[in-house]
Design a protein around this ligand. Sequence first.
Ligand code: ATP
Ligand code: MG
Length: 226
Amino acid sequence: MVILVTINSLRNVASTSGLAIMGGTFDPVHNGHLRTAVEILDRYHYSGMKLIPCFQPVHKDRPSVLPEQRLDMARLAISGDARLSVDAREIDRKGPSYSIDTLRDLRSEIGPDESLIMVLGMDSFLSLPTWHNWQQIMDYAHLLVVSRPGWEPDLISELSGFCENYRAASSHELQCAPSGRVWFETLTPLGISSSMIRALARKNESIAYLLPEPVQKYIEQHQLYR
Ligand code: ATP
Ligand code: MG
């Protein structure tokens, strides 16, 4: 019996190395996003991480640059790391970008057994109860919540109940099941945001070293965020 259980859990680990995704506006993509992605991949060796720029953010104003430009910048940003990819499905789909639609789509592509891990910053996690059909997310994916400077895990009652239900006992659980667990991870704190970069560009101040150089060049060349 014990041996059977052990063999089964080993089989689970082997067959569910895990696909990580990170959604966002990426307006523009920056080193806070990219360090999050590589630190998570270095720690957990998931098969890869897809950055998924949204078409129309549900809880924010319309981005000031074109969706295709945000996509171009994301593609320029990841070119140095083969584990990272950019997935254009939300931009191709158009309309409001609901994460639940994207997760449902991805789940049907990867099948029922593969582990799917949605990586999001603490600020996004705290807004979870305002997301469209948020309770269903756990049927499709795990949530890996990463620290973000300025955001404390100040859980309102809805979220603390949610964490009680879904919190994993160890990060390993996210690779042993396809979905349904929440895990919190502390990463190198980087106080970088897209809004800060947009504000600097608007004031004609340098945005160097906050984002990859090719993205900086793209912003300058296309005179974005002026
Ligand atoms: P804005 O300032 O326009 O809101 P942003 O910097 O928050 O932009 P988003 O595209 O909204 O970037 O974020 C996408 C995801 O990346 C979110 O889950 C967010 O929490 C996370 N994230 C963004 N910046 C960081 C950072 N510096 N550290 C950790 N997570 C981050
Ligand atoms: Mg944000």
